[in-house]
Design a binder for this molecule. Structure first.
Ligand SMILES: [Ca+2]
Ligand SMILES: [Ca+2]
Length: 229
């Protein structure tokens, strides 16, 4: 595997893109740990926490809030089969919030729960891999650093029929936020009434392989060391 990467670096960027995208990524959540929440019949909210693999900080806290429920139907969050499904019935307007803030067993934010994750050394953007959404949806991402500074950024998408990446570039955050020492992250998903939205992962991918070519072999060596730390 190491030899494959060395050869890719020497002989072409295209092959390296394939090699690096398969292996070098900071997983915030791959949604392999299952979770289910439902609000049925009325407005209201529910929350739960699960601990498991594939979750940055070891625990995923989910809060589901139903704002409007015209016909007394249901909204649910179902994390199953490696996907996070946010589903609302006709006339139901809801949001769901995912917290990655370490193991606090609570839907309150522990702004220091991740103990200072270095996102800058991992990559240059948060990427939400959107599987599909039948109506427009909005992603609201809040990041806390270990000094308690936090910032929220938004991205909206229209209907998504085939998988699409939604990227929050780190350079869209203010320089006051220290992304090399992150204490907590929170992602809120919302959409029009009756939206059915599914995402597959939240990651910080390593910058594109073409940039690695310039860094050369030394760069690859440093990255290997930093991932073990
Ligand atoms: Ca937590
Ligand atoms: Ca929490």
């Amino acid at each position: 595997m190491i030899m494959t990467k060395v050869l890719s670096t020497l002989f072409g960027g295209a092959a390296l893109v394939a090699a690096s995208s398969a292996s070098a990524v900071l997983i915030v959540d791959d949604f392999t740990t299952e979770q289910f929440l439902e609000v049925s019949g009325s407005t209201g909210s529910v929350s739960s926490q699960v601990e498991g693999a594939g979750i940055l900080g070891g625990e995923r806290d989910v809060y589901l809030g139903v704002i409007d429920n015209e016909h007394g139907l249901s909204a649910d969050v179902n994390v199953v089969g490696g996907n996070y499904h946010h589903s609302t019935d006709t006339g139901v307007t809801a949001f769901s919030t995912i917290q990655w803030d370490g193991i606090d067993g609570s839907d309150s934010i522990d702004a220091m729960g991740l103990s200072g994750v270095d996102l800058l050394s991992a990559g240059s953007a948060f990427v939400i891999d959107v599987l599909s959404t039948d109506l427009g949806a909005t992603f609201e991402l809040t990041v806390w650093d270990m000094d308690g500074t936090f910032e929220t950024v938004f991205k909206s998408v229209g209907q998504v029929l085939s998988p699409q990446s939604v990227a929050f570039n780190f350079n869209s955050f203010s320089s006051a936020l220290d992304l090399s020492s992150v204490g907590a992250m929170e992602l809120t998903l919302s959409g029009a009434a009756a939206v059915d939205l599914s995402i597959r992962s939240v990651t910080v991918p390593e910058p594109a392989g073409i940039a690695l070519v310039g860094l050369g072999l030394l760069g690859l060596g440093l990255r290997r060391k930093s991932k073990k730390a």
